[in-house]
Write a protein that binds this ligand. Structure first.
Ligand SMILES: Cc1cc2nc3c(=O)[nH]c(=O)nc-3n(C[C@H](O)[C@H](O)[C@H](O)COP(=O)(O)OP(=O)(O)OC[C@H]3O[C@@H](n4cnc5c(N)ncnc54)[C@H](O)[C@@H]3O)c2cc1C
Length: 338
């Protein structure tokens, strides 16, 4: 749970209804999260002439990185600039951006109530784009270097570190996999296991064949600003230019779980190909869904979810006039029902 999210004690249904009746703010959609997925969903829904509330609860996941790579037409742009441009381009549309976190989401009559810091608002649909939280290993000095000299994704930070002296941190299958994946970016690669490893003889042989050094010394701390020094227990050091690792992850927001959205074994919100979750009226997009974790994929999944969400609004609207129309996406089997 992000600190800003902490919900007040849940109101009774009657109190919720009274609070919502006092509020004039009913939106076609509330989007929770203003990273690439939420910003692109807002752009698409705004362009579809929907009344949208975009809740911006904090910085995107890559905020600590100096530049985002692999971003079509905007390669090497700082993430803060991507966000600024994304927000600026919402200006022509009926999209309200509020710099605050959603605290609770409740099903309410035909739609949803969303609790903000001082009020509840209602929406016909909800789109979660609240991202994931990276859970980093407890090594002194590592957290401070995350996104600077400690990275997780070679497609994001491999190119600026090409031919550099790099280490992969990881003692299991994942460390072996990441080390092998990185051999095309540099020939100066060490696999640091921070103590006894759990590698198989075959995995050790792979490392040897690719000239990847295996170093099992337990790590005390990391230091350095532009470069990176690994300090081992016992006083030895290793000079590097960067390190890559595979962090474990959890949901950034507690709200998807609180709303009972179905999750997979890795606690990612399950969605169908339209971004629809297990709860009718709720979509999810971006990293939180298990989509490939890149800026472009998050933005693309935000678009797919927004289009699907909008098409269910179109169905709802035209059916009020008795129009015969093809099946709405939310009438197809949902997540877990197929
Ligand atoms: C260090 C680092 C570097 C990276 N570099 C690259 C790169 O070079 N290229 C690339 O393609 N990808 C890169 N990535 C991956 C990329 O950052 C993610 O794939 C992308 O940000 C996912 O977008 P998203 O919209 O799903 O989630 P996020 O960007 O995480 O955005 C989610 C947003 O939701 C907000 N939020 C959470 N809860 C609430 C709430 N209750 N109410 C309101 N708002 C809420 C969060 O504050 C956040 O702003 C990098 C990741 C990291 C960690």
């Amino acid at each position: 749970m992000t600190p800003a999210e902490s919900p007040e004690a849940g109101p009774s249904q009657a109190a919720l209804e009274a609070a919502v009746q006092r509020s004039a703010d009913t939106y076609d959609a509330v989007i929770i999260g203003a990273g690439p997925a939420g910003l692109n969903a807002a752009l698409v829904l705004g362009g579809a002439r929907r009344r949208v509330l975009l809740l911006d609860g904090g910085p995107p996941r890559n905020a600590r990185a100096q530049a985002a790579h692999g971003v079509f037409t905007r390669d090497c742009t700082p993430p803060t600039d991507l966000k600024r441009i994304g927000l600026e381009q919402l200006a022509p549309y009926d999209v309200t951006v509020r710099p605050e976190a959603a605290r609770q989401v409740r099903e309410f009559r035909e739609g949803f109530g969303v609790q903000l810091a001082t009020e509840w608002v209602t929406a016909r649909r909800v789109l979660f784009a609240s991202g994931v939280q990276d859970v980093l290993p407890h090594i002194s000095g590592l957290k401070e270097r995350w996104g600077r000299t400690v990275h997780h994704c070679p497609y994001c930070d491999g190119w600026p570190n090409r031919e550099a002296a790099l280490a992969v941190l990881g003692s299991h299958q994942e460390g072996h996999h990441l080390a092998l994946s990185m051999q095309n970016w540099t020939d100066h690669l060490t696999l640091l296991t921070d103590g006894p490893d759990e590698l198989t003889p075959e995995q050790r042989r792979d490392l040897a064949r690719l000239n990847i050094t295996l170093d099992t010394r337990p790590i005390l701390r990391l230091s350095g600003e532009d470069a990176l020094t690994v300090h081992f227990h016992g006083g030895d050091t290793l000079a590097l230019e960067g390190m890559f690792l595979n962090p474990t992850q959890g949901q950034r927001s507690h709200l998807p779980a609180a709303l009972g959205l179905e999750m997979d074994a890795k606690m990612r919100v399950m969605v169908n190909e339209h971004g629809m979750t297990s709860l009718r009226g709720v979509w999810a997009a971006g990293d939180m869904t298990g989509a490939p974790q890149y800026v472009m994929s998050a933005a693309a999944s935000g678009m797919v979810a927004a289009v699907s969400l909008n098409s269910t609004l179109i169905h709802e609207d035209v059916r009020e006039f008795g129009a015969a129309f093809h099946e709405s996406p939310d009438e197809a089997p949902g997540v877990g029902e197929a």
